[in-house]
Ligand binder design. Structure first.
Ligand SMILES: Nc1ncnc2c1ncn2[C@@H]1O[C@H](COP(=O)(O)OP(=O)(O)O)[C@@H](O)[C@H]1O
Ligand SMILES: [Mg+2]
Length: 259
């Protein structure tokens, strides 16, 4: 067991270059952080969610995601982990209750402003959502390209990050050629390029072998150590056993938290 604030002594050690890259990413995002220093990044109060006329699948969720925190979100299949991540990513509105993101009540935020706020949240979807007509490199670089950044300013960093996640040989292939595990790693690299203050990952180790799962966990821990809050939805007990971290457990629509 290691504490979430410590680095795992594993095979997935971060190289000096990647360490520098992540430090730069995190430091840049820090400058944009809202000025209400004491409030949590995310606050849920009596939040409920139902799809259409169906039953309420999330009930009375009240919790905070503090700055720089690290937590696993767990629970059986169908418990609502993905739905809760979608609420955290603001791609879904709750059917009741209050959600504050970075100090702001999201029900009062004009729709056109949501994408700006969403940039501060990185997400790794369970189904990857890579664009099939772009190469691995282009997929990972996309968040920077759409911000109008010059390729020369990020190319080395993207290549270094891809190398570290084990995709150094796959930079020029299209996603349909990648294995499930390779797609997962590309999706994680892309979410990190987005300089998030909070990183959400939906079953990020579902398609990789245990050594790679450990390596990915190490990367999440390192990011967290540098100041990014991390929420990992998983039902992988072996993964959770590697870190002594906060656990948010969903079952029967309710959430229990073990700090
Ligand atoms: N788009 C949707 N429309 C209707 N029901 C949904 C939708 N997405 C998920 N659900 C239902 O909500 C419940 C929680 O699903 P989900 O959030 O995917 O759980 P988990 O990620 O823990 O497996 C399930 O009963 C699922 O069938
Ligand atoms: Mg799910």
């Amino acid at each position: 067991m290691v504490n979430a604030s410590q680095r795992l002594p594993s095979n997935g050690r971060l190289s000096g270059k990647i360490y520098r890259l992540l430090t730069v990413l995190v430091n840049k995002s820090r400058g944009e952080t809202h000025n209400r220093l004491s409030c949590p990044l995310i606050h849920f109060e009596n939040v409920g969610l139902r799809y259409g006329m169906g039953p309420e699948i999330l009930r009375d969720l009240t919790f905070d995601i503090p700055k720089k925190s690290f937590q696993f979100l767990t629970g059986p299949s169908g418990a609502g982990k993905t739905s809760l991540l979608r609420l955290l990513f603001m791609s879904l509105q709750p059917t009741r209750g209050l959600i504050r993101m970075f100090g702001r009540d999201i029900s009062e935020i004009p729709r056109p402003e949501l994408p700006l706020l969403r940039r501060r949240v990185g997400i790794v979807f369970q189904d990857f959502r890579l664009l099939d007509h772009l190469t691995t490199y282009e997929n990972v670089a996309l968040p920077l390209r759409v911000r109008g950044k010059e390729e020369s300013s990020y190319k080395t960093d993207v290549l270094e990050l891809l190398k570290w996640v084990g995709l150094g040989e796959r930079i020029n292939v299209l996603p349909p050629v990648l294995s499930g595990g390779e797609k997962q790693r590309a999706a994680i690299a892309r979410a990190l390029m987005d300089r998030p203050e909070v990183l959400l990952a939906d079953e990020p180790t579902g398609n990789v072998d245990p050594p790679m799962a450990r390596r990915l966990l190490n990367l999440f821990l390192e990011l967290n150590r540098l100041g990014t809050a991390v929420v990992i939805a998983t039902h992988d007990l072996a993964l959770m056993e590697q870190v002594e971290a906060r656990r948010m457990i969903l079952s029967g629509g309710h959430l229990d938290i073990y700090d």
